[in-house]
Design a protein around this ligand. Structure first.
Ligand code: FRU
Length: 463
């Protein structure tokens, strides 16, 4: 168990493991109203060992029940990220006694015996379950064999053009697509990239899904990209375009990189399979400092699941917008009296022009956010709490950068605060910011400067 913690920072609305380390959300699938969330898991809170798939289920995406570890490393390697689908028609043949299987597709990461990571390799494999708890690895694994480096993170989805299934994987600095009728036999159908790449690192955790906008179906490709200093470590980019059943083509907005989140703690985000709405979960951390954050018996948490959509904005065209599912768990709110109600709350701030909001504690530590004179949204955690564990966690970037709004005039900022994670949504979620914050003592006061009205929401009592 770790001894690095200074106080209990465990969030309540964000998923954390009972103990140990987690990173990427994996295998997101909904079956009969039950959401399955798997996570990259290492029992060692400092993450020094091979990775497993942790497993939890929920009916409301906020209250999670922990289940036994779903996938364990074996002779083929460590279990890296992947996805899951509900194979209703039993195309895989893994169904039993009339029960359709959940089929998970994941990466086997083989670490080279000589310790030289450039000799590591990855292959894709599948596992299935008919009870939603116990998973059996397919005896024909790997289903996408080979000895390629940086070839991983399969995201399976039903192919609406050709029927059957497609999978998006990454391979170096691009995404690669395959097609299958039975989830076991795969054929390569196309590639996308590296156009628009913001990073010097490899591509990771792709996702490809359709969303409606202006009566049209557009396809959104998510790609998480490895640390690069200019972009503050691990960030997730999105591309909007089309999918012809074989491959993805981008509408061509490569001039400006679009991130799903403008904070620094939302990586490897992917969406649930088999849901009506498109729901995204990311890992609320950043590889640059993930192992060093000052939590105690757990390390890493997932973002609050977010319903994502495309919206047409007046200043920025078509954008991804996010809305956290936790909104439904907060009450209608009361005008702020300057105090904060504990360590889980939501603030709705409405205003116009330049204004800032400051959360503060009795140690003089502050987290500040708002809108500046240039109509940009800013966040500032330079003096928000513990920060010495990383050079970039709280450096001057925050005073020098802000992101443009996609609307003019009045604004609404919605902040969900949960012990050590803040998620800020501006203008209906067309800008989102996820940030870890580690104040030495809880924030107890909130103040505003400029034209801003704050409403404070607490959790509804039933929760
Ligand atoms: C992204 C990632 C994935 C990989 C996993 C390993 O954070 O690097 O590409 O499968 O984490 O834990």
């Amino acid at each position: 168990m770790s001894t690095k913690g200074i106080r209990d920072f465990r969030p309540q609305l964000h998923y954390t493991p009972i103990m140990g380390w987690i990173n990427d959300p994996n295998g997101l699938v909904c079956v009969d109203g039950v959401y399955h969330l798997f996570s990259q898991y290492d029992p060692d809170v400092h993450h020094t060992g091979p990775l497993f798939w942790d497993h939890a289920v929920s009916r409301d995406l906020i209250h999670w029940e922990h289940l036994p570890i779903a996938l364990t490393p074996d002779l083929l390697g460590s279990i890296f990220s992947g996805s899951a689908v509900y194979d209703k028609e039993n195309t895989s043949g893994f169904g039993k006694d009339g029960k359709a299987p959940i089929v998970a597709m994941f990466t086997y990461h083989h670490s080279s015996e000589d310790g030289d990571h450039s000799h590591d390799y990855e292959q894709q494999a599948i596992a299935y379950s008919t009870d939603g708890v116990n998973f059996t690895k397919y005896e024909g694994n790997p289903v996408l064999p080979g000895r390629e480096r940086d070839f991983r993170d399969p995201k399976v989805f039903p192919n609406p053009v050709k029927g059957g299934w497609s999978v998006a994987t990454v391979a170096g600095d691009r995404a690669r697509f395959y097609h299958s009728a039975d989830l076991k036999n795969w054929e390569k159908t196309g590639e996308f990239g590296p156009e628009g790449n913001h990073s010097l690192g490899v591509w990771e955790c792709p996702d490809l899904f359709p969303l409606e906008i202006n009566g049209e179906t557009k396809w959104v490709l998510l790609v998480s990209m490895g640390p690069s200093r200019e972009n503050r470590g691990s960030r997730t980019q999105y591309f909007i375009g089309d999918f012809d059943g074989d491959t993805f083509t981008c509408d061509g907005r490569f001039d400006q990189v679009e991130f799903i989140d403008d904070g620094f703690d939302n990586y490897a985000g992917v969406t649930f399979s088999n849901t009506d709405e498109r729901i995204l979960v990311g890992w609320a951390s950043n590889w640059v400092y993930a192992t060093k954050t000052p939590t105690y018996d757990y390390c890493g948490c997932q973002t609050i699941p977010r319903v994502i959509s495309l919206v047409d904005t007046p200043l920025g065209g078509v954008r991804l917008a996010s809305k956290p599912v936790s909104d439904g768990f907060f009450d209608a709110g009361k005008p702020s009296d300057g105090t904060l109600p504990g360590e889980v709350f939501k603030l709705t701030v409405t205003g116009s022009g330049a204004a800032s909001v400051t959360l503060g504690n009795d140690k003089g530590q502050t987290f500040v956010f708002g809108v500046n004179e240039a109509n940009e949204v800013f966040i500032d955690r330079r003096n928000a709490g513990a920060k010495d564990f990383s050079e970039i966690f709280a450096d001057d970037w925050f005073s020098e950068n802000a992101v443009p709004r996609f609307y003019d005039g009045k604004w609404t900022l919605e902040l969900t605060f949960d012990h050590s994670v803040a998620e800020l949504f501006a203008d209906g979620g067309t800008r989102a910011f996820t940030l870890q914050l580690y104040p030495d003592t809880p924030y107890t006061a909130v103040t505003a400067e400029g034209n801003a009205k704050i409403t404070v929401h607490t959790l509804k009592s039933a929760e």
